[in-house]
Design a protein around this ligand. Structure first.
Ligand SMILES: Cc1cc2nc3c(=O)[nH]c(=O)nc-3n(C[C@H](O)[C@H](O)[C@H](O)COP(=O)(O)OP(=O)(O)OC[C@H]3O[C@@H](n4cnc5c(N)ncnc54)[C@H](O)[C@@H]3O)c2cc1C
Length: 384
């Protein structure tokens, strides 16, 4: 009997998978706690379908307390401080000490870093923003829609480009596409650059085939919400009627204050074990920063958070039981690229390959869209 406690900080993609796997692997005497401030679990990829009307708000989220795996304690609390040296988590006046921590707090969205961004645009990286964006897209008869990437890094490198192609499809269905200009203005130099030049060019081509204007390497400096104008550091001014925003992402302050982060601000981990410099304190998913040999960071994506969560759960179980092998995250990942009209692309590869990730893009087709929908269904079946 071990009577130990594993505390999972954050009930997003990584947190839910980590807690569920820990529960399956550890004996009942061991306690597993998930701390999630929002009280809900959101399946973020579905937000692209929420913003284009094929999902409703209730389809994309669940009460975090409704986890399928029994025997997990869920606390709806805000983590306000972490002491990694003693494995202690503070939630305001309350505290909880564990034997292992899994930090899965994600990236914080920081629209307020750009003046006027919150007032002028719809942040479709939130449930509420995606729902409001749909309302505006439905009401639009003519004008200009801009998908704006307001900073790097951002989670899911494909998402803004998928968003633009799905908006294209929605406007075509509504019969107004020929009266609407659609553009992506991006703080990054090219789409999905970490996946290599072939994938990057492939996504650029897909965007062009949908008659979507693409303006890379443009850093937004402010948004004039009243006049509907974007101001870029380059001096360019761009009018818009509907603005779909990927806001700047920043590391959670609580992780920085705990001394878990590297100079870039993201949590520093061993890239295979996902352990921080503190023993038995692990970090997974978007909160981490893993620099690849090619000089770019591992993308922030659910597929990686998921695999890292499985690896960490295996390690904790192996250490506590003294049996079995510890888990290792391989750097393998894949991603669907939604294009609208029931068609999608797919890319898969190893991001830890050296000197550069080896990622292959597959021919687009209906079957990839069907596979993405099946993945969503399976997500809810597996964890809730
Ligand atoms: C529109 C969109 C589409 C996407 N599509 C894909 C896709 O197709 N494929 C893919 O692989 N990835 C996709 N992603 C990215 C993917 O969702 C993220 O990479 C993934 O959710 C990361 O998991 P995580 O556990 O690290 O963080 P999250 O899932 O963001 O979870 C973090 C959790 O921590 C909680 N939290 C934060 N701070 C605190 C605190 N102080 N106290 C308590 N709780 C806290 C948050 O409320 C949140 O629930 C997409 C993302 C978006 C926005």
């Amino acid at each position: 009997m071990s009577d130990k406690t594993a505390i999972v900080l954050g009930g997003g993609v990584g947190g839910v998978v980590a807690a569920s796997h820990l529960r399956r692997l550890l004996p009942q005497e061991d306690r597993i706690v998930v701390i999630e401030r929002s009280g809900r679990h959101v399946f973020w990829p579905s937000l692209l379908w929420l913003m284009t009307g094929t999902r409703k708000v209730q389809d994309v989220q669940r009460d975090i307390a409704a986890l399928k795996q029994p025997g997990i304690d869920v606390l709806k609390r805000e983590v306000t401080r972490i002491d990694p040296g003693t494995c202690t988590v503070y939630m305001g006046d309350e505290s909880l000490q564990g034997d292992a921590l899994v930090v899965a707090l994600g990236a914080q969205l920081a629209p307020d870093r750009i003046p006027g961004l919150s007032e002028g645009g719809h942040n479709f990286y939130t449930v509420e923003g995606a729902a409001h964006l749909y309302e505006d897209l439905q009401a639009l008869r003519e004008g200009r829609v801009v998908v704006l990437i307001a900073g790097v890094p951002f989670k899911c490198p494909a998402a803004p480009y998928e968003a633009a192609m799905l908006i294209d499809h929605l406007l075509r269905k509504r019969g107004v596409r020929d009266r609407v200009e659609l553009e992506v203005w991006a703080a990054e130099p090219a789409p999905m650059g970490v996946a290599g030049p072939v994938v990057s060019q492939g996504v650029t081509n897909l965007v062009a085939e949908h008659a979507i204007g693409y303006h890379p390497s443009r850093q937004i400096s402010k948004v004039d919400a009243a006049k509907g104008r974007l101001h870029f550091e380059s001096g360019e001014e761009v009018p818009f009627d509907v603005l779909a925003v990927v806001p700047p992402h920043v590391p959670p302050a609580v992780a920085q204050e705990a001394g878990l982060t590297a100079p870039g601000g993201w949590v520093e981990i061993d890239r295979e074990s996902c352990e921080t410099r503190f023993e038995n304190v692990f970090a997974i998913g978007d909160v981490t920063g893993v620099m690849l040999a090619m000089g770019k960071p591992l993308p922030k994506a659910g597929v990686f958070a998921h695999a890292q969560a499985e690896a960490v759960a295996k390690t904790i179980a192996a250490r506590w039981s003294g049996k079995g092998e510890e888990g290792r995250f391989s750097g393998n990942g894949e991603c669907f690229i939604e294009m609208g009209s029931g068609v999608a692309g797919f890319a898969r590869g190893n991001f830890y390959a050296e000197p550069a990730p080896e990622v292959k893009m597959f021919r687009t087709g209906r079957h990839w869209h069907v596979a993405k929908v099946a993945f969503e269904k399976n997500w809810w079946r597996s964890w809730f």
